[in-house]
Design a protein around this ligand. Structure first.
Ligand code: FES
Length: 155
């Protein structure tokens, strides 16, 4: 069985099975991305089965602590997806979220979380195929980073 090797902060080698699939938690806006994910499903468009969805009313509802909690709970990656700018059903929730997540990205970098472990994207209800492609890309990004160990809470 071939192995992929990742370097960690401690210069310690972490060996990961090439068949390893990252567990990703996706926060999806009810009005756009959740419906897009549903469309992908009913259209039988394949996307990684290791993604678990949390439906939220709007990306503006997502507290950055939800993302930090997901990472400390051991999820390998997080996806946040909502309506395209200008399409938010609560007028500016996604714009607020975009600003919030720009700041969160800097905080995550400060904490040592690799860019690519948390992904933000837009997908409308009519973009089932786009949703599947973006989830596939996010999964590939997280897979390259390896398992989330840096931020995992150890009890
Ligand atoms: S309603 Fe979809 S992001 Fe606000």
């Amino acid at each position: 069985m071939s192995k992929v090797v990742f370097e960690t902060e401690d210069e310690e080698e972490v060996k990961v099975d090439k068949d390893w699939k990252p567990r990703i938690l996706a926060f999806l806006c009810n009005w756009c991305s959740y419906a897009g994910a549903d469309l992908a499903g009913v259209s039988r468009i394949q996307y990684p089965a290791t993604v678990r969805v949390v439906r939220v009313p709007c990306t503006g509802r997502i507290n950055p602590f939800f993302i930090l909690k997901a990472l400390t709970d051991g999820w390998d990656g997080v996806v946040v997806s909502g309506c395209h700018p200008g399409d938010c059903h609560y007028i500016s929730g996604n714009l607020v979220a975009r600003r919030r997540f720009a700041l969160l990205n800097e905080l995550l970098e400060f904490f040592g979380i690799e860019p690519g472990r948390v992904n933000f994207m837009w997908a409308s209800a009519a973009e089932g195929e786009r949703f599947a492609v973006l989830i596939e890309k996010a999964t590939e990004r997280v897979k390259k980073l390896g398992p989330n160990k840096r931020f995992l809470k150890k009890w």
